[in-house]
Ligand binder design. Structure first.
Ligand code: BES
Ligand code: ZN
Ligand code: ZN
Length: 517
């Protein structure tokens, strides 16, 4: 599978670059002591289990009274009579509390420990130890995801010497019984999902002076061409004007980069309705005339994460060969200030004819999604439409980093997305979409205002943003859900298998959901 750099260069990058992040995952009957580091899992309740494996290690652990087997506690052993360089005992916590998310985390920690030991290969028995607790395909997926997501780094702007220090793990060898077809299938699926999540991470981590609308168009073209299973349509400024997408055009008015609506279609089921994924693609969100202050503006290159997920998801669907029709819509704009930029108080007309007063130029995501959602529904008549957006700061306040906010009126869709979130570790959390909020975005001299007109204006910010979007979807005709990934898309803290920075949030939950439904 190609990396972002390979895709853009047509595969002509140096062999070393091509191998970037390409961790090999192998399966062997027993732990493979030829690898440099050996990680042995230990549940809290099984502290004396290693006698049979290696007597010296058991003696050492018994002497070392501090090792308790708590989850992700690590004991670097001094025992050195094996062919591998180092042995590390890894705590797995309580057996009954172990789940697939912990497996991702445990494998992720092994990846980072291997790197910090300046090694590049490891072997472990952990997957084998826990295998009977889980569905084998989900086990394989989680294993590949934990490993490959943890092995990601974004080092291209560092000097060669600094890049060297952040080397990657090249082999992870998992002890596991031979011939388990479901597990192998899970590993393959997990690899596709993880590598596409890493593509999103690359796009989100790239600065806004690189990732602009032309860059994303070029990338979408390469993805479609190299897949051979994806068709592409790009609406440029003139077409957006002709189609009457005044809401989206207003957002881009201050930018030197042109707006684009990029539509990718994957037809895995022949005839039949599409599942549409519509992504917010603000390549930089300065806030516009309602300019963002210092400490809030710096990270706003991430504001295209939703559209990156839309692209990566179609690529994932094609690589998995899903028997479904799936389309991705990337609504690309840049929210800038200039004499041409839109002003607070301006009124624009959206694709569906509704007028919107711009109460705040920084509430731009909903404006681009309004047109993208209404257009997608009108032209493609999808069965389900999911939008993804780094939409509100309120979402980060409410949920932090570890879940996307889910807004929908469709109970069944909500349950399915929540389950896909739990299974994939890319969690979503439903917000109460109460009737009381449904008129909070109504305008006074226009149909709608892009900021809430009730109360102090900021209450239930991620719900009222969802209310606004819902006015551009005929929810009686199409199943619709909105995922606010403002917190989950980009972390400023390290996790067990996802580091600081872009996470690829949205790819895993929606891939799992597509695979299940
Ligand atoms: N892109 C931001 C939301 C955001 C904030 C994403 C933090 C990621 C991290 C969005 O366009 C925005 O500025 N929303 C405003 C809306 C408000 C003016 C109603 C916000 O949340 O402050
Ligand atoms: Zn904004
Ligand atoms: Zn924004």
């Amino acid at each position: 599978m190609l990396s972002l750099k390979d895709i853009l260069s047509g595969g002509k990058t140096a062999a070393k670059e091509m191998e970037r992040g390409k961790m090999k995952i192998t399966i062997s009957r027993d732990v493979d002591k030829k690898q440099e580091v050996l990680f042995l899992g230990l549940f809290e309740e099984d502290k004396h289990n290693y006698k049979s494996f290696n007597n010296k290690l058991a003696v050492e652990l018994q002497k070392e009274k501090t090792f308790s087997g708590k989850f992700n506690e690590m004991h670097l052993s001094l025992v050195s009579d094996l062919t591998c360089k180092r042995i590390v005992v890894v705590g797995l916590g309580k057996n009954k509390e172990f789940n697939l998310e912990k497996l991702r985390g445990s494998l992720g920690k092994m990846v980072s420990k291997t790197k910090s030991l300046k090694c590049s290969s490891f072997s472990t028995n952990v997957v084998d130890l826990v295998k009977n607790k889980f569905d084998k395909e989900l086990l394989g997926r989680a294993a590949a995801e934990g490993l490959l997501l943890a092995n990601y780094n974004f080092t291209k702007y560092l000097s060669k010497e600094k890049q060297e220090k952040k080397r990657l793990v090249s082999i992870a060898s998992l002890a596991y019984p031979a011939g388990d077809v479901s597990f192998s299938k899970g590993l393959k699926t997990g690899r596709i999902i993880a590598e596409n999540s890493n593509l999103v991470r690359d796009l989100v981590n790239e600065p806004a002076n690189v990732v602009n609308s032309s860059y994303l168009e070029k990338l979408a073209k390469k993805v479609a061409a190299s897949s051979g299973k994806i068709s592409l349509k790009v609406l440029n400024k003139e077409e957006l004007e002709r189609e009457g997408m005044g809401s989206m055009l207003g957002v881009n008015a201050g930018s030197a980069n042109p707006p684009k609506l990029i539509i990718l279609q994957y037809k895995g089921a022949g005839e039949g309705k599409y599942t549409a994924v519509v992504g917010k693609g603000i390549t930089f969100d300065s806030g516009g005339y309602n300019l963002k202050p210092t400490k809030y503006i710096e990270d706003m290159k991430i504001d295209m994460a939703g559209s990156a997920v839309a692209l990566a998801l179609i690529k994932t669907a094609a690589e998995l060969g899903l028997k479904k029709n799936v389309m991705g819509v990337m609504a690309i704009c840049e929210n800038m200030v200039s004499s041409k930029a839109q002003r607070p108080g301006d009124i624009v007309t959206a694709y569906n004819g509704k007028t919107i007063e711009i109460g705040n130029t920084d509430a731009e995501g909903r404006l681009v999604l309004a047109d993208a959602l209404a257009y997608t529904e009108d032209k493609y008549r999808p069965e389900v439409m999911i939008d993804l957006a780094t939409l509100t700061g309120a979402c980060v306040v409410a949920l932090g980093y570890y879940a996307a906010a889910l807004v929908t009126k469709d109970e069944e869709l909500s349950k399915k997305l929540k389950l896909a979130g739990e299974n994939s570790g890319d969690k979503v959390w439903p917000m109460p979409f109460f009737d009381e909020y449904q008129d909070w975005m109504d305008g006074s001299i226009s149909d709608l205002n892009n900021i809430s007109q009730k109360g102090k204006g900021y209450e239930a910010g991620s719900i009222t943003a969802g209310v606004f979007l819902s006015k551009f979807v005929n929810t009686d005709k199409v199943k619709w859900a909105h995922l606010d990934i403002a917190g989950s898309a980009y972390w400023s803290v390290d996790g067990a298998y996802l580091g600081k920075g872009a996470t690829g949030s949205g790819v895993r939950v929606l891939s799992y959901w597509l695979l299940e439904n």
